[in-house]
Design a protein. Structure first.
Length: 255
């Protein structure tokens, strides 16, 4: 449970000064972390809130975030803010320029492509090994249920639910195969994660995304490794197809 003092600080966090503007974090914004004990509690809250907003492009590339003004708005020292900034910097989610300030970085397309390639190769290997080890045989109904829900979300153009189910679909293959550690290691690139979010937000053909998932599952059911490799490749390439179709929507965020 969050202490009354911390609750008061988080309330103050609703008003964060960014580039001489007041950025309002509404009460409906979800804090994306579980509170921890000790002095790192506030730092973790700041880190998690900023991370969520950077990944979802609510804080946009090039935007300056003031350490001093943030600490003043929360009536706390700059130490927890600095700690949060340091974590974000290590993840590539914040550029810290000495004597200048801290900025949300632009999406590096080259780095995103590197991460994309690694992720695609690893996902194929994990699912292929899962097929060979019969890891998925008793879980097909679970994957089909995810796809059923995703079709419904696509029909209603529920982007938030589509995104959640997209992550759930991929995660389920790693979890069922006993390879969660591979998923965690290959899905942390900030450039790739933001590009993936942009792709989903601008994809005008959501049924195509669901169909790509269906083809991956069909290959798993058929135990067809060649079809699996093709299906995964086409699915991962979807990000770049959407970017090509909607480049003006991507251009302000990339370098």
């Amino acid at each position: 449970m969050i202490s009354p003092n911390l609750g008061a600080l988080l309330f103050r966090f609703s008003f964060v000064i960014i580039e001489n503007e007041t950025k309002i974090f509404t009460e409906s914004d979800e804090i994306m972390t579980t509170p921890t004990t000790g002095g790192n509690n506030l730092s973790n809250q700041i880190y998690s809130e900023l991370r969520h907003k950077i990944l979802h492009l609510e804080l946009t590339p090039g935007q300056k975030i003031s350490e001093m003004q943030l600490s003043q708005s929360m009536n706390c020292s700059r130490i927890p803010v600095r700690d949060a900034f340091r974590k974000l910097n290590l993840e590539g989610l914040l550029e810290i320029r000495p004597q200048i300030g801290s900025f949300v970085p632009y999406i590096d397309l080259e780095q995103s492509k590197h991460s994309h390639y690694i992720r695609e190769c690893l996902e194929f290997m994990v699912i292929r090994d899962g097929i060979r080890q019969h890891r998925y045989d008793s879980h097909i109904a679970e994957f089909e249920e995810i796809l059923f829900q995703q079709r419904q979300a696509a029909d209603t153009h529920n982007l938030q639910l589509i995104g959640q189910l997209d992550i759930r679909f991929h995660d389920a293959f790693y979890e069922t195969a006993g390879k969660i550690f591979v998923n965690e290691a290959s899905s942390s690139n900030a450039d790739y994660l933001r590009l993936r979010f942009l792709s989903l937000e601008n994809d005008t053909n959501l049924p195509r995304l669901v169909l790509q998932h269906q083809r991956v599952l069909d290959a798993v059911i058929a135990r067809d490794e060649s079809a699996l490799e093709t299906a995964i490749h086409k699915h991962f390439e979807n990000i770049y197809h959407v970017m090509e179709e909607k480049w003006p929507c991507f251009a302000p965020y990339v370098k």
